[in-house]
Ligand binder design. Structure first.
Ligand code: CU
Length: 178
């Protein structure tokens, strides 16, 4: 039986080694881009101060709400805001379409803010005053972010995760006192 000849013409042997000049330039450009972008990613991670380290534990909306309520009841001042003592952890719950409670912390002292959601996925965004914090707040997980506000003032916290029709109204203020 005669061998069937393929109609496809094979390239001459060694074709893969003879890369055209423009293909070589392209490969170097790709390699350089990968190196530059990797360097930015790693540099941003270590020197960008993008997000504080977070701890987390599993919880439930009911358990976290109860914990937050107990914390708020204990430290609510006459102004209706919750004054977090230095060295104490703070609790902040997110739900459609608000944060609770309104926290007051001391400038220059690190504070761990535990946050969790009672319903959908929300966001915690605190940008400005030398801070740049953007975190997701999911139900059933409590995230603890340590922040150190340095200047007294009113820090705006907004939800930066679209969570429904009232999303654009979802915000709170972190009061930082001397
Ligand atoms: Cu939200």
């Amino acid at each position: 039986m005669a061998a069937v000849e393929s109609p496809v013409v094979s390239p001459a042997p060694g074709w893969a080694r003879r890369l055209p000049a423009d293909e070589k330039i392209f490969l170097w450009v790709v390699l350089a881009s990968v190196v530059v972008m990797s360097a930015f990613t790693i540099g941003w991670l270590y020197f960008g101060h993008q997000n504080p380290p977070t701890a987390f534990y599993r919880t439930s909306p009911g358990a976290f709400a109860a914990k937050t309520q107990a914390f708020a009841t204990r430290y609510t001042g006459k102004d209706g805001r919750v004054h977090v003592p230095v060295g104490k952890d703070a609790y902040l719950m997110a739900y459609r379409f608000a944060f609770y409670p309104t926290l007051v912390v001391k400038a220059g002292h690190p504070v761990r803010i535990w946050m969790s959601s009672l319903d959908a996925l929300h966001g915690f965004s605190l940008v400005g005053h030398g801070l740049n914090i953007n975190l997701e707040i999911a139900p059933n997980h409590a995230y603890g972010a340590v922040i150190t506000p340095t200047k007294p003032g009113k820090y705006l916290i907004v939800c930066n995760e679209f969570c429904g029709l009232g999303h654009q109204l979802m915000q709170t203020t972190l009061y930082v006192e001397r």
